[in-house]
Design a protein around this ligand. Structure first.
Ligand SMILES: NC(=O)c1ccc[n+]([C@@H]2O[C@H](COP(=O)([O-])OP(=O)(O)OC[C@H]3O[C@@H](n4cnc5c(N)ncnc54)[C@H](O)[C@@H]3O)[C@@H](O)[C@H]2O)c1
Length: 332
């Protein structure tokens, strides 16, 4: 992608996922320019800036907001900071790409959306897994597959324990796998069936005691027009198992690991060379290119904030359903 002026970007949070975001910016000089990196751990910010050639390293968003070259923020912060940091950046007149899940809860997502509307800036959610070529293939060929009745989606993987310290602290009321993995998988379902399911039922449990919140969940979503979806999420599965089955009247479309598509068991789309199961450069590169296009007012496939708000409402409903052991009706 070549924009007239690449989007000057500050990446905030130099933890686990940040290299994928920074690599996506630095490998696409026509779309973005890495102006600054920010981390409350200034030594980490400085080391990251040096490694990737960023002009500035800051210890806070406030400092980065004083730098006019920063046109957009790419927030790679722990979930509980997404809402406040996003509002701060939008109020400062900058575009924001925020990691998934959009917020810690629906209330936070609504505040972020209000700030985006008030600022007239782009607020996109880092739904990285929607940016794979296989997902795009399915989106672009939907009409050829027939009439869709249902989706069965599974995102099941294994983590031996918390992958960041804040994972271990999350309470059952805050949720773990429902937000962290569910944000990817429900995003896919909503992209295909629409953002507004009318009923949500979820069962969730914790199979291991290395964290406090749920590590296994099954969600049942009822959509208008008699369409339905199931979503299975797990941190207890070896080997890795990510599958989206789309059940049409005359065909079954399967997306494996967001990089391969099969129609009636026949491979019709193969992964790009070198794609790994969990973090592929392609997903994050495409995600940033779409965000940069959105910042320039161009057509794009970003997960923009109205979609993100609906997604957070469904995640909250799934959490509520699992905690109260009841079905949640959603009135949009
Ligand atoms: N899209 C994906 O596939 C994917 C993969 C991994 C993580 N994520 C998401 O990315 C986000 C970050 O996850 P992570 O695993 O990289 O977390 P992490 O804990 O490894 O990194 C977070 C970083 O933020 C910094 N930080 C914390 N508070 C700060 C503040 N107030 N100001 C500046 N810096 C601050 C920390 O020092 C740390 O370096 C999460 O929302 C997570 O859900 C997405």
């Amino acid at each position: 992608m070549n924009l007239d002026v690449p989007v000057g970007t500050a990446v905030v949070g130099c933890g686990r996922v940040s290299d994928a975001h920074i690599g996506a910016i630095t490998s696409q000089p026509g779309a973005g320019k890495l102006v600054a990196v920010v981390d409350q751990n200034l030594d980490l910010a400085r080391a990251t800036a040096e490694r990737w050639g960023a002009k500035y390293a800051f210890g806070s968003i406030e400092e980065a907001l004083r730098e006019p070259e920063v046109e957009a923020f790419d927030l790679c912060l722990p979930n509980h900071l997404h809402a406040s940091a996003t509002v701060q950046c939008l109020d400062g007149g900058r575009h924001v790409l925020v990691e998934k899940p959009m917020a810690d809860d629906y209330k936070g997502a609504v505040e972020m959306a209000k700030a985006a509307d008030a600022a007239g800036k782009v607020l996109a959610i880092g739904q990285s897994r929607r940016h794979g070529s296989a997902i795009r293939y399915v989106q672009d060929h939907m009409r050829e597959f027939g009439s869709l009745r249902a989706i069965q989606a599974s995102f099941c993987m294994y983590w031996p324990g918390p992958q960041a310290p804040w994972w271990a602290e999350r309470t059952p009321e805050e949720g773990l796998v429902l937000g962290l993995l569910g944000s990817h998988t429900i995003d896919f379902v909503q992209m295909i069936l629409g953002p507004h399911p009318i009923r949500v039922h979820a069962e969730a449990t914790r199979l291991r005691d290395c964290w406090k919140a749920e590590d296994e969940a099954m969600i049942l979503l009822r959509y208008p027009d008699n369409k339905m979806a199931t979503v299975h999420l797990s941190y207890n599965q070896q080997p890795f198992f990510e599958r989206y089955y789309l059940l049409f009247d005359k065909s079954i479309v399967e997306v494996r690991d967001v990089n391969t598509v099969l129609v009636n068991d026949e491979v019709v789309f193969k992964p790009v060379e070198g794609a790994t199961l969990l973090v592929t450069n392609e997903l994050f590169k495409n995600q940033f290119a779409e965000f940069a296009a959105a910042c320039r007012g161009l057509p794009n496939r970003s997960a923009l904030h109205p979609h993100g708000v609906a997604l957070m409402r469904v995640i909250d409903a799934a959490l509520e359903s699992s905690l109260k052991n009841q079905t949640v009706n959603l009135d949009w």
